[in-house]
Design a protein around this ligand. Sequence first.
Ligand SMILES: [Zn+2]
Length: 165
Amino acid sequence: MATLREAGRRLTPQRQAVLEALEQLDGRHPAAPQVAELVRRRQPMISEATVYKILSELVELGLLSAVDVHDGRLHYDLNTTPHAHAVCRSCGRIADVPVGGWPPARRAAERRPVPGDAGPLPAGFRLEAVELVLRGLCAGCARREAVAPEDGEGVARESAEATSS
Ligand SMILES: [Zn+2]
């Protein structure tokens, strides 16, 4: 992400360290503690509180988006373009999903309507963010749920927990 790197160069070393950690975790939508852990592994002088503060600052600067999938914590995403998130209800993994037709045009006249597309925004509405969460099971968890424990196929690792008590 060139713009982010350009901005990063102008930032303080601490902010740069946070951005580098975010780039390393890109696509994984880390929560603040995960980012702090990675930053502090390289630069123990940076406190956890500082990492948290920098994350908020980067969000305010528009270099980072904070994603709320209602699991009790914010996740951070270098992808600041409008997109949806598919969340696995079993393992909690978050994946990016491109969204066609979003954000909706400000006025119907701005583009030709496509069936199934989002309609125009309410008159005068100033769009600031698009948050769309798709819930379900990731491929791995869906496979595990589909296989009955008796089959013993692909559930060897999980069966230890299930058979206790
Ligand atoms: Zn995302």
